[in-house]
Design a protein around this ligand. Structure first.
Ligand code: ZN
Length: 195
């Protein structure tokens, strides 16, 4: 079932999400709906906060695809290749963060905007999988960036909050005044940057 993705400046994107107690079958079904919604919107990550459910959960699939839509894992880092994707992560908690990296981030909740954001390069994150089992992810590359972007959502934070004050305010007031461009004007090249 496709879910509606909230867009900035919707105040529901600013809620601090609550941890789940247990991964129930209902939450597992919700996780599948989120994955379907993420793929349908050509995103590589989606947080529960973005579909109006304030719980600490995210789905991610950063695996690159070739022109025929087949997975091309050759561009992934060695650590990324070791993480099973799509990645379902309940109650994610970053235990280790090292180094710095930047990436041109976009977001399904701030469509058509792409800006360079600084993140930690390497992270270790623990969380619960779909079977309610705790596991640890040690990763760098785009997958690390994407996990950090989605965890921000769970804390009510958006990538446009992480820009310089001037740039951040300019983008926010532009969106509030004019809304978003129509979808057909979207730049196809940027779709893999929708975190
Ligand atoms: Zn996002």
């Amino acid at each position: 079932m496709l879910l509606e993705v909230l867009k900035f400046p919707d105040p529901r994107l600013r809620i601090k999400c609550k941890p789940i107690v247990k991964v129930t079958s209902e939450l597992a079904k919700f996780a599948e709906d989120m994955l379907e919604t993420m793929y349908a919107n050509k995103g590589i990550g989606l947080a529960a906060a973005q579909v109006n459910r304030p719980v600490r959960f995210l789905v991610i699939d950063t695996r690159p695809r070739d022109e025929g839509g087949r997975y091309d894992l050759s561009q992934m880092t060695e650590l990324e290749k070791q993480v099973q994707q799509p990645l379902f992560l309940f109650n994610p908690q970053i235990l280790v963060k090292e180094g710095k990296t930047t990436y041109d981030e976009g977001c399904l909740s701030v469509p058509t905007y792409f800006e360079t954001v600084e993140r930690y390069e390497y992270i270790e994150v623990k969380g619960l999988n779909l079977e309610n089992k705790e596991f640890l992810v040690k990763v760098d590359g785009l997958l690390s960036i994407c996990i950090q972007h989605e965890i921000d959502h769970l804390d009510g934070k958006l990538f446009i909050d992480r820009l310089s004050t001037i740039k951040s305010n300019r983008i926010k007031s532009k969106i509030k005044k004019f809304g978003y461009p129509s979808p057909e004007k979207e730049d196809e090249d940027n779709l893999e940057h929708n975190l």
